[in-house]
Design a binder for this molecule. Structure first.
Ligand SMILES: C[S@@+](CC[C@H](N)C(=O)[O-])C[C@H]1O[C@@H](n2cnc3c(N)ncnc32)[C@H](O)[C@@H]1O
Ligand SMILES: [Zn+2]
Length: 382
């Protein structure tokens, strides 16, 4: 326990004590040395805790959490301390990060945590044999997680969860299209709902790797903020028979958009040339039942109040069409001031369209009305 000097500090996140580098609390960008910890990612870790709680509560097989890129162990230690798990294995290449994680494990009197200092794929490969896999596998790298999809899927047991985070936002949002094609096998389109396109590109890439391994992925929950995209998928050891790879068709002229199994050359509304994002995941990105289970866990956990608000939005949008609009982009197209989001949604519903908020954008809404129909309805409420 003889670790800390004045460059380290003990904090509490959730219900868990963590030893962190002091500089990670004061510097604008948390430093990678002596070890990485991002205090602003607390909300992101809170969502993981809720998702893992919902999953573990209903899971019968051994409850083993494998964290491939743990940093100082914030997520894994919280899982060990705040949830009902049999074993947590925390892995990172940085020995200082691991020493800090070990120190924090003692602070919390945890006995269900093991530590490993390996390259992430070597670590996960140790758990790729049937009977030895993790029930939850977490992959949280700097940048793209795509290089770890194979070993992540192989290390996740049948019925388990694989969660990945991506922070290469510029690649996924269309600034470097070629890099995106190379890493994720699909191309993005720059659009207001770019975060949904990015998430679907990540899921599309996971789906391709899973299919190669004869495995199915079922997205349960996704979340994003300004700095990352995170996906939670269930892994089933059977081939996927569904057609869940396709495209997002986006018209930069009239702003029509839709999810499509096939490519398309022209916009069906304005007849001009259309842009295509993909190939990407075109199936559901939220499982309604799982989001309901997440909401039920909230009262048992020490998490940020905003999580509940976001999850209620996820529930509302879970069965809605893919791709969303924002009231601002439509108002700017109409050269009018935007209506209130609630008004826009209730008017769409009054006109017999499906409509809901979306967790992916505070001014976003999902609907099965097309852009022309939306504008007509917005004109009637100005
Ligand atoms: C984004 S940080 C992880 C943050 C952590 N999951 C959290 O929630 O606080 C990425 C970590 O990956 C580690 N890392 C980078 N490349 C690695 C590799 N190939 N194998 C194992 N660890 C690696 C770094 O040392 C760093 O601690
Ligand atoms: Zn068009």
């Amino acid at each position: 326990m003889e670790f800390p000097d004045e460059s380290f500090q003990e904090i509490v996140e959730g219900k868990t004590k963590l030893l962190v580098p002091k500089k990670s609390l004061t510097d604008k960008v948390p430093p990678k040395k002596p070890a990485f910890f991002n205090p602003k990612a607390r909300l992101n870790r809170d969502f993981s805790i809720i998702a893992y709680a919902a999953f573990l509560n209903n899971f019968q097989a051994p409850k083993i959490f494998l964290e491939g890129l743990s940093g100082i162990g914030a997520r894994g230690l919280r899982v060990a301390n705040e949830l009902d798990v049999d074993k947590v294995v925390i892995n990172d290449l940085n020995p200082t990060a691991l020493k800090m994680a070990e120190y924090s494990a003692k602070l919390n009197k945890l006995e269900n945590v093991e530590f490993s200092e390996k390259e992430v794929c070597r670590f996960l490969s140790q758990y790729s044999k049937k009977g030895e896999r993790g029930s939850i596998v977490d992959i949280d790298p700097f940048g793209s997680p795509a290089a770890f999809f194979d070993c992540g899927i192989r290390a996740t047991m049948h019925g388990g969860i694989l969660s990945t985070a991506a922070t290469d936002l510029q690649v996924l949002n269309g600034l470097f299209q070629e890099a995106c094609k190379r890493k994720y096998g699909g191309i993005p389109v720059r659009a207001e709902y770019g975060n949904e396109i990015a998430i679907r590109l990540i899921l599309g890439c996971l789906r391709v790797v899973a299919a190669r391994l004869g495995v199915t992925i079922i997205p349960l929950f996704v979340e994003s903020d300004m700095h990352y995209y995170r996906t939670f998928v269930k892994i089933l050891n059977r081939p996927d028979q569904q057609n869940n790879l396709g495209y997002i068709v986006h018209c930069k002229n009239c702003r029509h958009r839709k999810i499509s199994l096939e490519t398309q050359q022209t916009c069906e509304l304005c007849k001009l040339k259309i842009n295509l994002a993909g190939p990407l995941w075109i199936g559901k990105i939220f499982e309604k039942d799982f989001i309901q289970k997440m909401l039920l866990e909230i009262s048992n956990l020490e998490i940020d109040k905003n999580c509940e608000k976001t999850l209620n939005k996820c529930l509302a949008e879970s069965e809605m069409p893919g791709t969303y609009f924002t009231i601002d982009e439509i108002a700017s197209k109409m050269k009018a001031s935007p209506p209130k989001l609630e008004n826009a949604i209730s008017n769409l519903q009054k006109n017999n369209f499906l409509a809901s908020v979306t967790s992916l954008n505070p001014t976003g809404f999902r609907t099965n009305a097309n852009i022309d129909e939306i504008i007509k309805i917005f004109q009637s409420i100005q």
